[in-house]
Design a protein around this ligand. Structure first.
Ligand code: SF4
Length: 237
């Protein structure tokens, strides 16, 4: 199976513990001309010393950005979220001052972007923790039109250091393929991605694949389903 990386325009970068290395990130973007949108998950990306520079670099390369979690951060970083007009959406914790500031910048730069979604923190009681939804795990493959495996090709996830996780459910800690070093094309022609796609398509276990250890795959097996990710994402008959 040949995965054409030219078809993959959106990626997600997990930045829950560390920000990306800016120099590595720049090289990756230059090696991956088909990437058009990067979504950062996690607050640590705001610890990147060159954050405003990174947003500007993406704007100059026609790349839109999404930030899944804006926490405490500097006014320079908040300003960069508006100034280059390439940040389309942010989720931000309830902080009236920061939201006010962002709206001021939007006026100053005459921009409708970014869309600001306020994260309301809800405290869960211990009772909530054992609600029936805790068992949703068993139904992970109920709707395979909206399953995490599809993200492998329509919005693959990389770790902050460039390691190719594929999808956000990947349970493995070590990932041999580094997309920052290789660029999208080489990373996606790697054997490990092909093995994941093949395992989902055939249902045959491949021990080296993270899917082997993933509850979504277990759920697919229990519900007697297989999924041709390539066909579903690219509608390729
Ligand atoms: S089965 Fe594989 S591709 Fe699907 S969610 Fe799990 S790790 Fe990801």
């Amino acid at each position: 199976m040949f995965v054409n990386a030219e078809n993959i325009h959106h990626i997600v970068i997990a930045s829950t513990e560390h920000p990306v290395d800016f120099e590595q990130f720049k090289k990756f973007i230059q090696k991956s001309p088909f990437v058009r949108r990067v979504a950062f998950i996690g607050k640590a990306i705001f610890d990147l010393p060159e954050f405003p520079e990174m947003v500007k670099f993406c704007a100059l390369n026609n790349i839109y950005l999404i930030f899944g979690e804006v926490g405490e951060t500097s006014t320079e970083n908040l300003r960069a979220l508006v100034e280059y007009k390439n940040v389309i959406l942010i989720n931000i914790y309830e902080d009236k001052h920061n939201v006010q500031l962002l709206n001021q910048y939007k006026q100053e730069f005459n921009s409708d972007l970014p869309d600001i979604n306020i994260i309301v923190t809800v405290k869960h009681s211990p009772q909530d923790e054992i609600s029936p939804t805790s068992y949703a795990f068993y139904n992970l493959a109920d709707d395979i039109t909206d399953i995490a495996c599809l993200k492998l090709l329509n919005e693959p996830m990389l770790n902050y250091n460039g390691e190719l996780l594929g999808c956000w459910q990947n349970p493995d800690k070590k990932h041999p393929i580094n997309a920052f070093n290789l660029g999208m094309e080489k990373a996606f022609s790697s054997a490990s991605i092909k093995k994941m796609l093949n395992m989902l398509k055939t249902g045959k276990i491949c021990k080296s694949c993270p899917c082997t250890r993933c509850p979504v795959f277990a759920s697919l097996v229990w519900t007697n389903q297989k999924i041709d990710v390539y066909k579903r994402v690219f509608n390729d008959d």
